[in-house]
Design a binder for this molecule. Structure first.
Ligand SMILES: NC(=O)C1=CN([C@@H]2O[C@H](COP(=O)(O)OP(=O)(O)OC[C@H]3O[C@@H](n4cnc5c(N)ncnc54)[C@H](O)[C@@H]3O)[C@@H](O)[C@H]2O)C=CC1
Ligand SMILES: O=C(CO)[C@H](O)[C@H](O)COP(=O)(O)O
Length: 297
């Protein structure tokens, strides 16, 4: 397969690297000259514009977008559109809103796959979990790329029609908010409670056989090891929030109660006005899985 990758940031560069490492060809583009130069230095083929990238892919273009959700996706698609036909397949691997993905799938000439991606930059070695929505034939055609980018054949699946991949990823992120909140509250009680505890040791013990062991808990262990049991100067400020907001909005529309996700989202908003230990841990965990910048005091 010859894959075009648009967006070579924290996630897109991993997509390109994994596809190349699996023996496929990649031609990549990013608006950032630095990102392009880094990719070239690593032996990845690059193009100096989106139309040039499209030309390099010839007939039956296979293109993976990994740019920030919203306007950048529409901007990249607008530039691609004159080169696209129904022989071509475009994958959006970012965190787009599922309704945007449905709209794009209807308006593009290409076959469109919305692909929720989980694992974060820290998951580069293991591979990602991919939740794909869109036409079955396009999903099957892209299987070699999905095998390469995911943990393997078990790490991706077609969720359903257009929009369903990003819908499942949106709910995944809602769950992520609630789990972070639950770990944060537990560690806050241990931190403020009656024993003088080493929280790294607690997390490590829990990670070895406990019911609540998980990758997020391993990232808690890492955070306490690297920042100290009181999280050092990690600020009580949690950024992000869009994917959790979408989850809550959809839950309201479907009249499904999601009180834990709702509360976790509220805590995140509240963090921007008051200081709390659980939020400081959430702030540090987002670096752990997403390499999002840690806000510090
Ligand atoms: N960082 C994470 O943990 C995860 C991120 N995602 C999603 O993946 C997408 C990419 O995220 P990151 O790689 O973290 O972002 P990033 O900010 O590290 O990289 C985005 C890249 O896209 C480039 N770009 C922006 N507009 C462009 C355009 N029109 N044409 C070409 N390149 C363009 C930027 O120059 C940058 O290099 C986002 O939708 C994000 O929400 C999904 C799962 C995990
Ligand atoms: O999708 C992700 C992890 O699964 C990304 O890290 C995303 O940026 C996190 O979402 P938010 O910014 O709403 O915290």
């Amino acid at each position: 397969m010859h894959l075009g990758v648009i967006g070579l940031g924290r996630m897109g560069r991993i997509v390109a690297d994994r596809v190349v490492d699996s023996g496929h060809d990649v031609t990549a583009f990013d608006v950032s000259e630095d990102a392009l130069a880094d990719a070239r230095d690593a032996g990845i083929g690059t193009a100096d514009s989106i139309p040039t990238l499209a030309d390099a892919l010839g007939e039956e273009k296979r293109i993976w977008l990994m740019v920030p959700a919203g306007d950048p996706v529409d901007a990249a698609l607008d530039e691609l559109e004159p080169s696209l036909s129904e022989q071509d397949i475009v994958v959006d691997g970012g965190n787009s809103h599922f309704e945007d993905s449905t709209r794009r799938a209807e308006s593009t000439a290409a076959r469109y796959l919305d692909c929720g991606t989980s694992g974060g930059p820290a998951g580069a070695e293991l591979g990602f979990s991919l939740m794909v929505g869109g036409p079955e034939g396009a999903y099957e055609t892209m299987t070699p790329a999905f095998d390469a980018v995911a943990t393997g054949p078990e790490g991706h699946d077609r969720m359903g029609p257009a929009g369903s991949g990003h819908y499942v990823k949106m709910v995944h992120n809602g769950v992520e908010y609630a789990l972070m909140q639950a770990y944060g509250e537990g560690f806050e009680l241990l931190h403020e409670g009656r024993y003088d505890l080493d929280l790294e040791a607690v997390a490590r013990t829990w990670n070895n056989g406990a019911v609540i062991r998980s990758w997020l808990l391993e990232l808690c262990e890492e955070a306490f090891r690297e920042e100290g049991t009181d999280l050092g100067d990690v600020a009580d400020h949690v950024a992000g929030g869009s994917t959790g907001t979408w989850t809550v909005q959809e839950a309201l529309e479907q009249e499904v109660a999601v009180p834990l996700i709702y509360d976790a989202l509220g805590e995140r908003f509240d963090s921007r006005t008051r200081a709390k230990f659980s939020r400081r841990l959430a702030n540090r965990l987002r670096y752990g899985f997403g390499r999002h910048e840690v806000a510090r005091e």
